[in-house]
Design a protein around this ligand. Structure first.
Ligand SMILES: [Cu+2]
Length: 153
């Protein structure tokens, strides 16, 4: 009798563990395990560069495949990298930023950044005066997008 109930308890425990592990892995795959911290920016009247520390807090690779301005609508955003060729520093658009499990990527001056450009000729300085923040959305490959705010000063 004791042996049978012991086996049943062991089986129940095993089932609970398997269900927990399945839940853990499925939720880790589908939910967004990207965090954005240390957000800052620099700007001119024509453009703004947003910097941040982006962390992959999950067990699988996460790729940022785009960025959008949620508001205000007078701005647009894209992923940029800074490149130096023959002593000339320039910027170009990139398609994606991928982070391996638990990897951190710094968007920083001289490197990767989010480029904010005005739509329809608005002055970025005017936007900074008028709004408290810019809300951005990161488009992630196979995961829910995540949104964060760039607070303006
Ligand atoms: Cu740029």
């Amino acid at each position: 009798m004791a042996g049978a109930s012991g086996r049943r308890l062991l089986l129940a425990t095993a089932v609970v563990i398997v269900v927990f592990l399945l839940y853990f892995f499925v939720s880790n795959i589908s939910s967004s395990h990207i965090s954005v911290e240390n957000i800052s920016y620099t700007s001119t009247s024509k453009a703004m560069a947003v910097y941040a520390t982006i962390r992959n807090t999950g067990f699988s690779t996460a790729c940022i495949i785009g960025v959008e301005v949620v508001e205000p609508g007078s701005l647009s955003a894209s992923l940029h990298e800074t490149v130096e060729e023959g002593g000339v520093v320039s910027m170009r658009k990139i398609d994606r930023i991928c982070l391996g499990p638990f990897e951190t990527v710094d968007l920083a001056p001289g490197g990767l950044h989010i480029m904010i450009m005005p739509v329809g000729g608005v002055d970025i300085g005017d936007v900074i005066e008028r709004y408290n923040m810019i809300r951005l959305r990161l488009i992630l490959d196979g995961m829910e997008p995540i949104e964060f705010n760039v607070y303006l000063r």
